[in-house]
Every structure is written in structure tokens, then in C-alpha cells.
Design a protein around this ligand. Structure first.
Ligand code: BEZ
Length: 276
């Protein structure tokens, strides 16, 4: 059998794997070509990784340089950074691209709304930290960034290792150098480090972060209460009792409800007040 040496402490270390944890993290081996440390499995094809990250999976760990991180090498250990908190990771095809510039500016202005909800925010783009820092000066100079500051980290992923590991590569977009670019992905991660929501937009379509905040409100509410949120729901609007609860169970949990009459006479649309 091949003898495995333990990985150095400054590279990506993997905690014990749970049965549903995603692949793509270290299992005692280090990809020495990958700088900063990331699993050798991150070299899997985009098709393989895209399929492997499912709702409920533990999100892959990585160590990468990021803006705003302390120390001369500005390394962020992703799992330690998000530890115990909700988190959002958004990917961007490349620095100095127009749509991304508008998105990061808007996200900077909305950061207090994410923090109010206990959600840590990080962006990732396929360039190095120095390029990110130059780009931030442009972002903060535009009208899309009224606050004039980007107070969340932008992770460096020049090698596309994180993009591949998370299945974020857009097969249709290539950089000027012919390298694959990431799509606009959004990953909302729970305090248990498991994926709660993912969105994949093509590079040519900018996201709506107000909608993402609305979805986070629903995720956080439904994580605590046996309710689901209907179309266009926003905080304080009526919710629905989840189909898995009987009428009696719902009432026992204090979810008093109104049944909406439908031609089938089935009692499945049960409206209840926002329980938060
Ligand atoms: C942009 O961010 O503007 C962009 C990036 C890649 C392809 C198209 C647009």
C-alpha cells in the first residue's frame, strides 16, 4: 500500500468526511501544483463537479488568497472563515468586466443587509489578488457603488481550481487568453456548511441581489419553522404550512391556518401567519 504523509499545516486540510460530503477535498494527499492548497480532485471536469454539488452537500473547502485578509500572503481558509455562520459565495467570470463591476458595486452597498441577517459574503473571480485590488478602485468609483467601499473579500482563483471544484465553469465563455471563465454562480451556505441554495446565471446576465436577500429570508425562516414561503413572499407575508405536517400537528406547533378552497376539494393550501 502507498504510504501517505500528512499534509503540511498551511495547506487545505479536510475534516472527517460525512456520507453526503462532496468530493473534491483532501484525503491525505496534496496537489503540489495547486497554489494555494486545494484538492487534487478539483482537477475534475466541470461536468463532473457541476453534478456533484447538490443541495444539502457540505460545500468544498479551499485555501486561497483574498482581498482584505490579514498577513502577507492574505490566505483565507474557507471553512474556518465561514465557521458557524450563514455565508454567500458569488462567482464572477473575470476582473475588469462590465457586468461584474456593476454586481460587485451593488453587493458592496447591500453588504449591511447581508450582515444584518448573519450572512458572510465573499466573491470569487479568476484573477489574482493584486488584480482584484486594482479593479476594486474602479468598482468603488462607479455609481453602482454608492458606499465607495468593497468590505467583503474577493477570492483569487487564477487557476480556476475553486471554479472547477464548485462546478462554476461556463462552457460557453472564454477569456481573451482562451481560458474557461466562470458563470455567475451564487451559493448560499448554512451554518452547518451545507448548500442551501444555488443559482447559476450565464456570464451575460447580471444577478439581482435584492432577490437573493429575499430568498435568504425564506431559507432562514424555513430552517426554523415548519413553513414554506409562496411566490413573491417577503418578510411578514403569509406562509404555507408544509405538506408533511397534518392539521393537528400544525396546530400543536401553533401554526393556525386558513385552508384555501380549490375545485379538487383537497386541503393542501394552508396559509398561516409568518411565525417569526
Ligand atoms: C461581464 O462581466 O460584463 C461579462 C463577462 C463575461 C462575458 C460577458 C460579460
Amino acid at each position: 500500500p502507498v504510504k501517505q504523509t500528512p499534509p503540511p499545516k498551511d495547506l487545505c486540510l479536510s475534516p472527517p468526511q460525512s456520507p453526503r460530503a462532496t468530493s473534491g477535498r483532501l484525503k491525505g494527499a496534496i496537489d503540489k501544483s495547486s497554489k494555494p492548497g486545494i484538492s487534487p480532485k478539483s482537477r475534475a471536469t466541470p461536468q463532473q463537479t457541476a453534478r456533484s454539488l447538490r443541495l444539502g452537500d457540505e460545500v468544498p473547502d479551499f485555501i486561497a488568497a483574498a482581498t482584505g485578509m490579514p498577513g502577507h500572503n492574505r490566505l483565507m481558509h474557507w471553512h474556518s472563515w465561514i465557521e458557524g455562520s450563514w455565508a454567500m459565495l458569488c462567482s464572477h467570470p473575470a476582473d475588469y468586466t462590465p457586468v461584474c463591476t456593476t454586481e460587485l458595486g451593488r453587493l458592496a452597498d447591500l453588504l449591511p443587509e447581508f450582515l444584518k441577517r448573519g450572512v458572510k459574503v465573499a466573491a470569487v473571480s479568476c484573477n489574482d489578488v493584486e488584480t482584484h485590488e486594482g479593479w476594486i478602485k474602479d468598482i468603488t468609483a462607479t455609481a453602482f457603488c454608492q458606499s465607495g467601499q468593497v468590505d467583503y473579500p474577493i477570492i483569487a482563483d487564477s487557476s480556476r481550481a475553486i471554479a472547477e471544484q464548485y462546478g462554476m465553469i461556463d462552457p460557453d465563455e472564454r477569456s481573451a487568453e482562451g481560458l474557461p471563465m466562470t458563470c455567475r454562480a451564487v451559493f448560499i451556505i448554512g451554518p452547518d456548511k451545507r448548500l442551501k441554495l444555488s443559482l447559476l446565471y450565464p456570464a451575460t446576465t447580471g444577478r439581482n441581489f435584492t432577490e437573493i436577500l429575499r430568498a435568504i429570508d425564506s431559507l432562514q425562516l424555513t430552517a426554523k419553522h415548519n413553513v414554506a414561503t409562496p411566490v413573491d413572499w417577503k418578510r411578514k407575508d403569509k406562509c404555507m404550512v408544509v405538506p408533511t405536517l397534518t392539521d393537528e400537528e400544525a396546530i400543536r406547533k401553533g401554526l393556525y391556518f386558513e385552508v384555501i378552497k380549490v375545485p379538487s376539494n383537497k386541503r393542501y393550501i394552508r396559509l398561516t401567519a409568518d411565525p417569526s
